[in-house]
Design a protein around this ligand. Structure first.
Ligand SMILES: *[C@@H]1O[C@H](CO)[C@@H](O)[C@H](O)[C@H]1NC(C)=O
Length: 376
């Protein structure tokens, strides 16, 4: 399997997913989720049902349409043998309704060829000016570096070798090596990228990180009825700026994804992934069992957060943030695997689990008390 150990044979698109053509791969510089499409992983056309591939692509994007996202398209390896028909491409573009296009913020075409440029000319009249502006051609892998950390992408070996050959041929040398900066020790007031215990020790033993409390009260003061409260990724930059200030001891926001271990802990990861195979009527009970096993501190913080999200979802007629859309935004911030990035196949269970926690907050969190509990 092309880089996805979690792919289950019962996956509804197993026949297509197993090739690893479409993968989820970390975030770009603006904090948007990145999806890669690798042509070299497409088997010969007679071995791949392209209609299914299109359905799988939409199924994948449906996990994302609530959020902005970026696509990296590795063109190398598209040959006459595995090339989908022009008719298919046309159908694909037509079936991609507005919702998918609107939240696609950037499309990077890596190693474009004349074939792509010809295609582009054919489709130009069909493609809106606005969509055209989202496309960037990149001649070398290293050019991706301006937009995202490309060492986190699962780039096919063939593509890496092709890039090296291009460098050798066109520049007479090898491409630069990707450098990852070493981690820095935590600053004394730092609240992101450090463990919950560290935060607790620095905050006079209080369980809920001040950063979270202050963000929640800020959002509450703005009014929970504001439309699209968490949705725009423009706010991601703001969150990052605020995070920086906060770490220097100046201010305060949220975001659990920067913790070294997810709030739901690595131990729960596999249990959460199995939620989709639990019978529907037993799922809420199963969620309750899973979170019963959390350490007290994690439980307290999770309860605080979910209680707040539940309150937000109660106002969904005004703010349009239903439990399901909140789950899309927050799910991946609560749990991720110990190794590698979250695979696409984990998205459905992770989002479902989060949605259940939000929807059934009262039922799921009613049986365990936290000493000195604070709720929003
Ligand atoms: C390809 O998949 C579509 C949709 O799932 C299906 O209707 C069609 O029969 C499949 N074609 C082949 C040749 O299996």
């Amino acid at each position: 399997l092309a880089g996805d150990p979690e792919l289950n044979i019962n996956h509804p698109y197993y026949d297509v997913a197993r090739h690893g053509i479409i993968q989820l791969a970390g975030e770009d510089n603006s904090g948007r989720k990145v999806i890669t499409f690798s042509c070299c992983r497409m088997p010969p056309s007679y071995q791949l049902n392209h209609t299914r591939l299109l359905e799988y692509l939409k199924y994948t994007l449906d996990q994302y349409v609530e959020n902005d996202y970026t696509v990296v398209y590795f063109h190398y390896g598209l040959k006459s043998l595995n090339k989908p028909s022009l008719k298919w491409l046309q159908t694909a573009y037509k079936e991609f309704d507005r919702k998918y296009k609107k939240n696609l913020k950037a499309l990077y075409v890596v190693h474009p060829t004349n074939f792509i440029k010809i295609l582009w000319n054919i489709f130009k009249p069909l493609i809106s000016h606005k969509f055209g502006k989202k496309i960037t051609y990149l001649n070398y892998l290293a050019d991706l570096g301006q937009h995202l950390k490309y060492d986190q992408l699962n780039i096919p070996q063939e593509v890496i070798r092709h890039d090296e050959n291009l460098w050798r041929k066109q520049k007479g040398k090898l491409p630069p090596v990707v450098k990852v900066p070493p981690p820095r020790p935590p600053l004394p007031t730092q609240q992101f990228g450090v463990s919950l215990q560290y935060i607790k020790d620095k905050n006079k033993g209080e369980l809920i990180p001040p950063v979270m409390k202050e963000t929640v009260s800020y959002l509450k003061s703005k009014g929970l009825q504001v439309e699209g409260l968490f949705r725009r990724s423009a706010s991601i930059q703001t969150i990052k700026d605020v995070q920086k200030l906060f770490n220097q001891g100046k201010l305060s926001p949220h975001h659990c994804q920067e913790l070294p271990e997810p709030l739901l802990t690595f131990d729960c990861y596999d249990h959460i992934l199995e939620i989709t195979s639990v019978e529907s009527c037993l799922r809420v009970t199963r969620c309750k069992e899973i979170i019963q096993g959390l350490p007290e501190h994690n439980y307290a913080v999770l309860k605080y957060l979910i209680c707040f999200l539940h309150m937000v979802s109660q106002e969904s007629i005004y703010n349009r943030m239903t439990a399901s859309s909140l789950a899309c935004v927050f799910g991946l911030n609560l749990i991720w695997p110990q190794k590698g990035t979250t695979s696409l196949n984990a998205l459905v269970p992770v989002n479902l689990f989060t949605e259940l926690l939000i929807d059934f907050y009262t039922n799921i969190f009613n049986s365990r008390t936290v000493p000195g509990e604070i709720l929003p």
